[in-house]
Each structure stands twice: as C-alpha cells, then as structure tokens.
Design a protein around this ligand. Structure first.
Ligand SMILES: NC(=O)c1ccc[n+]([C@@H]2O[C@H](COP(=O)([O-])OP(=O)(O)OC[C@H]3O[C@@H](n4cnc5c(N)ncnc54)[C@H](OP(=O)(O)O)[C@@H]3O)[C@@H](O)[C@H]2O)c1
Length: 271
C-alpha cells in the first residue's frame, strides 16, 4: 500500500516497539510521540522517523506534533489509557482520518467486560471516539483492535478462549491501515489460536473467586492486581465473550490461525 503518515503515541512499550518496527519496515512515515524525559534512546534512527516530545495532556502541543498525520495509533500504558481524550481532540483538529486507540484487550462490545476495572476507561474512550466520529460526520474514524489472551493458557477450565500472539496484534494494526474502508468505526477481533486449557497441566481457579479478589484489590488501591485479574476474567470467562470464533477479522487483516502443531510447539517452548 502507499506509504501513510502515521503518528504513534508511545513507541517504547511492549506493543509500541514492534508496531514501530513494522511501520518502518512497511515504509510508512512515522512520527513517534514521547513524553518529556522518556528514554528515546531505544528508538531506531530512520529517515522516515521523526520523534516529537509532547505534553500528552495538552491539545495544542499534540496538535503541533500531529500535523500531516493520517492515522494515529495509541500504544499507551494500561495505567494511562483513560487519558486519551486530548490526543483524540488533537487528532480531530488536525484532520486525522483514523484513530486506533490503546485498547488491544478483551471484547469491548461485551457489557460484562466493560464493567471490569481495567476496561471502564477503555469503554469511555470508545464512547468518546464514536461521538467525535459522529460530530465530524464520519470524516474522523476509529478502529479498536480486540485481541485474546496472550499465548498463555491460564486455568484448567473447559472454556474455549481466543489467544493472540503479539506479532499478530502488530499484523492486525498494519491490516487496519491497509483495509481502512472495511475497518471504519468498528471493533476488529483477531486471534492466533482458539483452545481450551484441559490438555495442559494447569491450576484450576474459578473466575467468581477472582472477581471477588479484583474488587478487593480496587478497594485496597492495588491497581496492578485489579488490572491483571480483570484481564484473566475477561479473557477466560465465556460470559465475557472470550472466544472470537465466528466474528474474527483475521482474514481481512491478514492474521493466520496457528496450526495445532505450531500451538503445541509454542506452549511447550514456554513451559
Ligand atoms: N502487553 C500486553 O500483553 C497487553 C495485553 C493486553 C492489553 N494490552 C494493551 O495494549 C496497550 C499497550 O500496552 P503495553 O503493554 O505496550 O504498554 P507499556 O509497555 O506498559 O507502556 C507503553 C508506554 O507508555 C509509557 N508509560 C509507561 N508507564 C507510564 C506511566 N506510568 N505514565 C505515563 N506513561 C507511561 C511508556 O512510554 P514513554 O516512556 O515513551 O512515554 C511506555 O513505553 C494498553 O492499552 C494495554 O492495556 C497490552
């Protein structure tokens, strides 16, 4: 596809780094947004790469940095995902056409998921994006990428759940940029494998029990504990839409399912 000018908000994290590498390998023009004091030394020197230091809470600072960008990808840390509105406002003001929010998690169309502590701010961001798209009469659009659990089979349960490799999340991001018409204003689900955990040696724990622990963590201010617990519940409980089979956008975005042998080899390499 033709090179596109893409702004990547935070490129030093788990997702940001491989997304940046893939964008550069695909010859896109990239502006990476970093916060003052961020360690940008890990970012590669590249002719098509500009690094802009911004104040993530300031629309005017962000607007300057986004000049010319068609697509914004937010790869913000989970702890800061509730703070994307300034970036969204700046994207609307500068004429960005597509915004991919920091979501990359469980099903944002599932009401149970959206009530989990880690998802509450993500759901609010998605409502904000929808409102901004309507106000712009569809010029400004968004796509949220929903991925399954990482290639870790947690719990000894019988629940079939979707799992997504990091490389496939990155492939999905590129797929959204390539297939912008088909991915306009929607959630796209991608998974690399879909399995239950009975074949592996695992521990069994009910998600009911985990839910109690999550809310106890919230009360105690243990944000990391609540976030981790929320991810496990959202990704491994069928009431939370954890199996994407039948609604996945894999083919559209060029994400392949792993074969049984590939999945088996991967799990054995991890345990
Ligand atoms: N990693 C996963 O397996 C996973 C799983 C499910 C969902 N997700 C979702 O994917 C998105 C990105 O996750 P990630 O794991 O790539 O994020 P991350 O590595 O934890 O953080 C991304 C970037 O955010 C900045 N940052 C980190 N801590 C910060 C803080 N306290 N205040 C302000 N900025 C901070 C840093 O960038 P600078 O220093 O350059 O500013 C960092 O490189 C999130 O929406 C997350 O919920 C990730």
């Amino acid at each position: 596809m033709a090179p596109t000018h893409i702004a990547l908000a935070r490129a030093t994290g788990n997702l940001g780094q491989p997304i940046l590498s893939s964008l550069l390998a695909a010859h896109h023009t990239v502006t990476v947004l970093i916060r003052p004091g961020s360690n940008a030394s890990s970012l590669p020197a590249y002719p098509n790469l500009t690094i802009a230091e911004v104040d993530f809470s300031s629309v005017s600072s962000l607007t300057r940095a986004l000049a010319g960008a068609e697509v914004v990808i937010a790869a913000l840390a989970t702890s800061t995902i509730g703070r994307q509105n300034a970036l969204i406002d700046a994207a609307v003001q500068t004429g960005v056409l597509r915004f991919i929010p920091a979501a990359f998690g469980m099903d944002p169309c599932n009401a149970n998921c959206n009530a989990l502590p880690v998802c509450v701010p993500k759901a609010a961001v998605q409502d904000y994006l929808s409102a901004k798209s309507r106000e712009s009469e569809g010029r400004f659009t968004w796509t949220a990428i929903s991925k399954g659990w990482r290639a870790t089979l947690y719990n000894g349960g019988e629940v079939r759940c979707s799992a997504t490799l990091l490389a496939d999340v990155v492939r999905a991001v590129l797929g959204v940029i390539e297939r912008r018409d088909e991915t306009r204003n929607r959630v796209v689900y991608v998974h690399s494998a879909e399995k239950d955990g009975r074949e592996w040696e695992t521990s069994v724990k009910g998600t009911d029990e985990l839910l109690k622990e999550i809310w106890a963590d919230v009360e105690e201010g243990n944000v990391d504990g609540a976030n981790l617990g929320s991810c496990i519940v959202g990704c491994l409980d069928e009431e939370y839409g954890c199996d994407y089979t039948g609604r996945e956008a894999n083919e559209l975005l060029g994400v392949k399912m792993m074969t049984e042998d590939e999945l088996r080899a991967l799990v054995h390499s991890l345990v």
